[in-house]
Write a new protein. Structure first.
Lengths: 316, 316
DNA sequence: TGGTAACATAACATCACGTTATGAAGCTTG
DNA sequence: CAAGCTTCATAACGTGATGTTATGTTACCA
């Protein structure tokens, strides 16, 4: 005797609402539909489920026992509906996120716990990579969202790129670097410090070479290369070394007093940090929501940075 | 987003059986049916439930979450099916049982715990009454089964009567009555003892008058009347009183040494104890099962009584 | 004893679900 | 790496349960 779970739901609706008519519109159906379904069920079961010839329909004991199961089904169904609604609202799901190491560690990783405080059911699967690799992975759908610096004009056709922060680098140093104490810094001052070079595959590597060339430094000493942001920061704070890092990364690190920037204007690359997505891939709500969140965060980060600059607070 | 509980069952079946095909025949359906239902669900939900282009179909996280609810629904459904099966097998339900007080208390009440040991989910709603009242209540469907003494030829048309024990009365007395010590009892011996009269509405009342008339006792002293079997037994065991009771009742009470019978043959009424039911009423399985049980019990009781008589064990 | 409210019945449309047959695409295996 | 098997998807079709509105019964209440 296989029963239709909807019939059990129906029984519990009738029982719990005290009548066939009430149960019917609790389920959003017309009364005759429910009436007939009950009849068919009684025929199948071979037993009366309600005492007939009683006007506020009185459930049989058998019916009450089945209604208990119906309630369980209704509950499970409701929670399934909630799950689906969460998914559709982007409050549940997975976001496969990729980005360049320095930005991910230096900026994005601070945003994620904030996001997950609001949306704990969204799981972030993060990975690292540079723009070409990220594009590939967006293409073969192993990534939902990439965060990387790109020249907006060179974004491929199949991609959608939303710039969130102007590309701008600074010369970074440890928080207690002795150059920070000087009122003005001359190029000759920085020429002889050792440099930390980003990984050669990082766009920062080219940036650094360009920056140093621009300010006339042709010959420089690389004391360390290939490390992550954490390694770089550790070394900067325990040596005289300098390096080139994105403005936003240094800005964030200032709060923990782990990085500082020299007040030397350097040229900025023709790139913007932005959110890169595949146009072809179906837009999952969780990815949508996370993207909006990150864009908003960067908007307010931009505003904060601008405000700091206006107030000349950079070296407060 | 209201979901069909059957779809959730379906998801859990697919997930738990490791594939669409396996899930399909776990549900007893053809594979294309399940395949299409999944497609429709995905369209409704707006999200993939399985990773496509993978041959042992891999469920999405969303799907897994929904499958959890599906399992709950399957479990509730299964237990509902069990409930119905129990009902249909007569292992669950209600039996509204009525009968004459002496038989109910003296014989049937001993059978009920035995029945319920096997079928604890069957509830017995017992009540007392005499044949006319019982017939009425069978007619207006406030009773499923009556157990009472009837003349099989006078059973009405709408009833079905199954005799289970020959009508036969004995003169009953307390277990230590001094008449029991006498090797032979003469009518004059019993004439002067006080008598306990059954309620006048009881057939036993007429029986007693008939018996005493048959054995030539025209004048007798009624010391107590109107009491239940318990009251009767108590009085019998604390006095010299005598009364007329069904053989079977005295036989059962012997085990507890609370009643005995005088070895005087008396005429038996043209009645049989039997199970009376309405032909019109739908046959509920629990009533069927209980009726069969009681009939069997009486069959073996009859056999036991016969055996005792053959072995002359009556006054062991 | 009406009148009202609740349930049952009738008649009909439709759509999801079941079926079989068949196609397409992964995975496996020599 | 191609063959073959397995697994899933699609197509075409019948049907039955479910929904609807309209209307009939019948229990309850005043």
């Amino acid at each position: 005797m296989k029963l239709d779970p909807r019939h059990l739901e129906l029984l519990s609706a009738i029982v719990d609402n005290g009548g066939l008519t009430e149960g019917a519109d609790a389920l959003g159906k017309a009364q005759p539909s429910v009436s007939r379904t009950v009849s068919m069920l009684e025929a199948r079961v071979g037993a009366p489920l309600f005492e007939k010839s009683r006007r506020p329909l009185v459930p049989t004991e058998l019916c009450l026992a089945l209604a208990v199961e119906g309630r369980k089904i209704l509950a499970a169904n409701k929670s399934a509906s909630t799950i689906v609604a969460s998914y559709q609202g982007g409050r549940r799901g997975v976001v496969r996120l990729g980005g360049t190491p320095v930005f991910m560690d230096g900026v994005i990783s601070a945003m994620i716990p904030q996001f997950q405080a609001s949306f704990p059911e969204v799981r972030i699967e993060q990975s690292y990579g540079y723009s070409n690799e990220l594009r590939d992975r967006l293409d073969n759908n192993t990534l939902d969202l990439a965060i990387c610096p790109l020249n907006p004009t060179t974004v491929g056709d199949g991609f959608e790129f939303v710039p969130v922060l102007q590309g701008r680098n600074v010369i970074a140093c440890g928080y207690a670097h002795r150059l920070l104490a000087k009122p003005s810094i001359r190029l000759s001052d920085i020429a002889n410090y050792p440099w930390i070079a980003p990984p050669t595959s990082s766009p920062l590597y080219q940036d650094m070479r360009q920056v140093l060339a621009d300010i006339g430094i042709r010959d420089f000493k690389v004391s360390f290369s290939g490390g992550s942001l954490t390694a770089t920061i550790n070394i900067l704070n325990n040596s005289d070394a300098l390096t080139v890092l994105p403005y936003s990364v240094v800005f964030m690190a200032r709060r923990q007093k782990t990085l500082a920037a020299l007040s030397i204007r350097i040229g900025h690359p023709e790139r913007s940090l932005g959110l890169l997505r595949s146009k072809a891939a179906p837009k999952r709500p969780s990815v949508e929501r996370f993207s909006r969140f990150v864009a908003n965060e960067f908007a307010s980060l931009s505003a904060t940075i601008t405000k700091h600059e206006q107030n000349n607070l950079w070296r407060d």
